[in-house]
Design a protein around this ligand. Sequence first.
Ligand code: UDP
Length: 313
Amino acid sequence: MARLKKVYEGKAKILYEGPEPGTFIQYFKDDATAFNAQKKATIEGKGVLNNRLSEFFMQGLTNIGVPNHFIRRLNMREQLIRQVEIIPLEVIVRNFAAGSISKRLGMEEGTPLPRPIVEYSYKNDALGDPMVSEEYVVAFGWATQQDLDDIISIALRVNDFLSGVFYGVGIKLVDFKIEIGRIWDGDFMRLIVADEISPDSCRLWDIKTGQKLDKDVFRRDLGSLTDAYTEVAQRLGVLELVELLHPLLVLDTVGLHLRDRPVLHAIELLAQDELGILDDGLDQRQDVERIGRRLGLEAGQGLEHVQGQRLIH
Ligand code: UDP
């Protein structure tokens, strides 16, 4: 299938026109940036993990009735989402002090806050996403007071949900950022969670050791970001699928070995990714076999046969 038209490219994701009106395809890149893009790197496997993790959180939100843009995952790096009109705000929720609030108020990182605090930054790279007050938001017309009430209620529901999910796997949700979009149903407007929810936009600390499992690992040079995100995915039970999606990631990071059926499935998904085949009825079997042959694989062989080779470049 010919590559669809690019609509927007950001630091970590690309949006393409979707197959139906009102949809986009969201592609997760391996690029990481920090400090308003002053620090940049390509981190192999990050996009694959974030695609899968964002799917996991968005589906969880759907299950508890918090509307969001996620429709379905298409392949390793792409998901089908609803097209929204993004509100130009980063909605940040904090449970413990860290990052900019610690700096601003001289609070030690990790200090519990008296209650979850919701704050806003104006999305503008040239200005470095400055923090803004509700007064600014309403006065400049980025959202109405009613929108803000809805945004706070959504943000706190997301916070309760994510805090619980992470607590269940021994991780403390220190803070996170979400973005909110508008969708229109005739004249009726609704606000839904958009963008992504992943360790790129959360602060996640291991409850016992305090180890950081989020983008601060990259921001502060604390080790391998892929290892940290893989740990999060593994604890949440998402890795099992990521294993199938990205065998090399697993080989590189966890050293697991996949056999037979999973290998074929993984190759099938690689074919989808590499050839950009979505659900368009092409005979994927042939493509899979072609890629398999390129890797020197026969059906039924275990992944040990591809160890040391690179599946994707
Ligand atoms: N955050 C984000 N994108 C941004 C700014 C912040 O995803 O452009 C997330 C960040 O990862 C953290 C939370 O929002 O989980 C709060 O970030 P903070 O205001 O402390 O800013 P930082 O220290 O990241 O500059």
